[in-house]
Design a protein around this ligand. Structure first.
Ligand code: SF4
Length: 326
């Protein structure tokens, strides 16, 4: 059910999409790189509006968000398309699917399904949700009006005005920061490092933020690169949770998975700069410890969570734990 999209201008008989830094200029009938936004009848159309390719009640830890409603269920919805072309994409079947893949699900139905499942949160996730800007805004508005929280899992490759509008509706976000090399971002991933950094800075002004870097052997697993990323995150706040995820061979990449040793190395590097660093995709227990007295505050095991905080503080030293807790 296509809808007229936001964020575009006419360029002669063409249309320029202003949603993401790709700024696709589209002739009549042409679809942008993301495979979703299309020039139709002199307007930009959100051609995959409401076409949900995946929906599931997931633990919030799976997004991953570790300091946002720990243990809560997030009704998770995903869609076709993506505005990057990462050659190691772990979700390429969805990311490269056609816009009409999936099943039309109205925003009201998403809210009803979330409530029926017992979820307290709606998560826009799985591939790249932001290219479905209009649908996300419609869902998020309805969700917040009935007391549900909204969280976004995104590559953050969005222009500043749409980014601001979307983030103002979100309660939490996990943003990929895939590399510290702007050439690699552009050539290998098709993204824009400057835009992603700006998106992260904007998000920090509006909602709870966690950051993820997929550690890809030979691409971004150098200690200097992880150190640079960690230093920059720490310059914003050393309380931002940082998830280092192990890569597994997928899509066009067949090189071996990131080793446990490598993940421990980059964990040590990041932990020198940041209070809350977690390792993902290896089945390692990722407990949260008090940065001051080292007391375990949140224990996690296969998405089961045990909280040991007292009134959102460390029960031993009283430190306020950063995050959004019930
Ligand atoms: S959102 Fe899609 S159509 Fe718009 S600029 Fe980005 S890739 Fe191109």
């Amino acid at each position: 059910m296509p809808q007229t999209a936001k964020w575009w201008i006419n360029k002669g008989d063409k249309i320029e999409c202003l949603l993401c830094p790709r700024l696709c200029v589209l002739s009549l009938g042409e679809t942008g790189f993301c495979g979703i936004r299309k020039h139709e009848s002199g307007e930009l159309s959100a051609s995959g509006y409401g076409m949900v390719t995946a929906e599931s009640p997931d633990p919030i830890e799976k997004k991953p968000l570790y300091h946002f409603y720990p243990g809560a269920i997030a009704w998770s919805v995903g869609f076709a398309g993506c505005n990057l072309h990462c050659p190691f994409c772990q979700n390429h079947n969805i990311a490269r699917a056609k816009p009409d893949s999936g099943r039309f699900t109205s925003p009201s139905k998403v809210i009803d399904d979330a409530i029926s499942s017992g979820a307290e949160i709606i998560a826009y996730t799985y591939s790249e949700p932001t290219i479905h800007f209009e649908y996300l805004m419609d869902c998020a508005y309805r969700a917040s009006s009935v007391g549900l929280k909204n969280v976004l899992v995104t590559n953050g490759n969005l222009n500043s005005k749409p980014g601001l509008e979307l983030l103002s509706k979100m309660d939490g976000v996990n943003i990929d920061l895939k590399s510290w090399d702007s050439d690699y971002y552009k050539k290998t991933l098709g993204g824009n490092l400057k835009a992603v950094k700006h998106f992260i800075e904007t998000a920090l002004e509006h909602c709870w933020v966690e950051i993820t870097t997929l550690v890809v052997p030979g691409d971004n697993d150098g200690e200097d690169e992880i150190e640079s990323i960690s230093e920059w995150i720490a310059s914003l706040s050393n309380d931002i949770p940082f998830h280092l995820s192990a890569y597994h061979p997928a899509y066009k990449y067949s090189r071996p998975a990131t080793s446990t040793n490598k993940m421990k190395q980059v964990y040590d590097v990041a932990s020198k700069k940041l209070h809350f660093v977690y390792i993902g995709n290896l089945g390692i227990a990722n407990n949260t410890h008090c940065p001051d007295c080292k007391r375990t505050l949140i224990s996690r095991s296969a998405y089961s969570v045990q909280m040991a905080m007292r009134d959102k503080n460390c029960p031993r030293c009283g430190l306020k734990v950063p995050g959004v807790f019930k």
